[in-house]
Design a protein around this ligand. Structure first.
Ligand code: 4AD
Ligand code: MG
Length: 481
């Protein structure tokens, strides 16, 4: 039963020996040439079938999607674009795939159609490439932090804390199916909570990670995160993965340095490890661009964009400077944004963020020092700001084509200031007593950030819809599988 992976066969320098391969048929041409893929690489191996000596019945069963085992001699290929091929001596059909019913045919399917077939779309070249890149990127994340001595912390998924104060949480209820409590009218009583306590699925592991940073120094989380926002955008999921480093004794500048270095490291890592997949995704984009008018085509190819991020520092700009730029700009044909910023203190909309990154600076941007009242309670209040113009040491990283990819801050380490802020926002001390303990015992300057993993995968793969970079997207429309 031993077989060799397609990637190893394609890279092998030794030929003219017998090999066994297993995989799925991508195409079968002229009753003779199978393009076989086993997921180990974007590339298929060509298997040449001796059709004269293969039963008609077997040939009929070599259809797109069928699982097969081939035994044959690995030899140099005369065909274009491949060094080796298998001259098949024996083929066995492991699993048939009825071409009348199999949805993934060898043609270009729309991304919408493929989303409806999330369980099968990974059998296409594009999704195979995206999911391999995603896997390598997540390994790169761990590699980066582990090499730097960070401790990986698994923060809870069911939690009583609402880290962002955004009120966009999925409630957790303990309702066994057979014992579902019902009201007198017979409707389900959803007041029953997690063993008598109100809990929700985590919106961020930050607060818990902070407690660990105040003992282990440098920590990071990397796990699923949930937001019950009913937004149907190409940048939001109800379930996404977030990476959240948290570092004791780092101020905001050190936090920015860490984020920039981290992003550059993981991009460099995939460029080194995923050459074939990225080359495929780049070509896919170039083909797509051909159908667009010249003016709408991107100035850079995918690989150029990735290399650009490696070679250029992120531009660091304060919120106040950004507002000035936005006020003095005329970004669309009518000369205005859909939402015009009139006042210092307004939150930026994604159209503003994208204008700054894509039109004005044309490079990744770190915006910092935001107005205190548009940011979360835990952010460090800047000293010496004018009353009414208080700012916090927040930072958002904005990426071309993506918008916000990172949100983070230096944390408020002063107990009194933090409690005052919580009171002002109506957050009970009892609710976060454990969090406040970090400020009562051995408090210190510390900082961290959260990077939305899928937004990073979007950037690296050049895809444009976040539903296409996670295996089974959870959005208001999509919770099957
Ligand atoms: O800006 P956010 O809400 O920040 C936090 O949660 C902080 N507690 C992080 C921290 O400081 N430790 O989210 C961080 C990032 C965003 O910049 C974005 O990339 C991503 O998480 N994100 C989402 N990604 C996909 N779908 C959603 N609904 C997302 N919401 C946030
Ligand atoms: Mg944010």
């Amino acid at each position: 039963m031993k077989h060799t992976k397609v990637i190893d066969l394609l890279n092998s320098t030794k030929t003219l020996h017998e090999v066994t391969a297993k995989g799925w048929v991508r195409t079968f041409r002229n009753n003779q040439f199978i393009a076989l893929n086993d997921g180990s690489t974007i590339n298929n191996i060509q298997c040449v079938v001796d059709f004269e000596n293969t039963p008609e019945e077997t040939l009929k069963r070599i259809t797109t999607g069928a699982a097969v085992k081939v035994v044959g001699i690995l030899q140099e290929s005369q065909g274009k674009g491949q060094n080796v091929e298998i001259q098949v001596s024996k083929i066995s059909i492991l699993g048939d795939s009825n071409p009348e019913e199999y949805p993934i045919q060898p043609k270009k399917h729309s991304l919408e159609f493929l989303r409806e077939n999330a369980h099968l779309r990974v059998r296409t070249n594009a999704f195979g490439a995206i999911m391999r890149v995603r896997s390598v990127l997540s390994f790169a994340v761990h590699n980066y932090f582990q090499e730097k001595g960070f401790v990986y912390v698994n923060t809870p998924i069911i939690t009583g804390s609402d880290a962002e104060g955004a009120g966009e949480m999925f409630k957790v209820t303990a309702l066994p199916f057979d014992k579902t409590p019902r009201t007198e009218e017979g409707t389900v009583n959803y007041k029953e909570d997690f063993f008598g306590k109100e809990t929700n699925l985590t919106v961020s592991g930050q607060l818990e990670a902070e407690t660990y940073a105040m003992a282990l120094g440098q920590v990071y989380t990397f796990g699923p995160t949930f937001r019950a926002e009913n937004s149907n955008t190409s940048r939001h999921l109800a379930e996404f993965w977030m990476i959240e480093p948290e570092v004791a004794f780092n101020d905001l500048d050190a936090n920015m340095d860490l984020a920039e270095d981290f992003i550059q490291y993981v991009i460099k890592y995939v460029l080194e490890k995923c050459g074939d997949d990225l080359a495929f995704l780049e070509q896919r984009l170039l083909d797509e661009e051909k159908s667009k008018p010249q003016a709408e085509r991107s100035e850079m190819s995918l690989l150029q964009k990735l290399n650009f991020v490696l070679e250029n520092n992120f531009k660091r700009v304060s919120y106040t400077e950004a507002i000035d730029i936005l006020r003095n700009s005329a970004p669309n044909k009518k000369g205005k944004f859909n939402y015009i910023i009139k006042e210092w203190g307004a939150d930026l909309q994604s159209e503003h963020e994208r204008y700054l990154v894509e039109k004005h600076f044309k490079c990744p941007v770190i915006l910092f020092d935001y107005p205190a009242n548009i940011k979360a309670f835990y952010m460090r209040l800047n000293d010496n700001t004018e009353p009414g113009k208080e700012t916090v040491r927040a930072m958002d990283i904005l990426f071309p084509g993506i918008g916000e990819i990172v949100g983070g801050s230096q944390r408020e380490e002063r107990y009194d200031v933090l409690v005052k802020k919580m009171h002002a926002l109506g957050i009970e001390e009892e609710e976060l007593w454990w969090y406040l303990d970090t400020r009562r015992f051995g408090s210190a300057v510390h900082s961290g950030f959260g990077l939305g993993f899928e937004r990073l995968v979007l950037f690296v793969t050049g895809m444009t819809n976040i539903r296409d970079v996670i295996p089974f997207p959870r959005t208001p429309q999509n919770a099957e599988f």
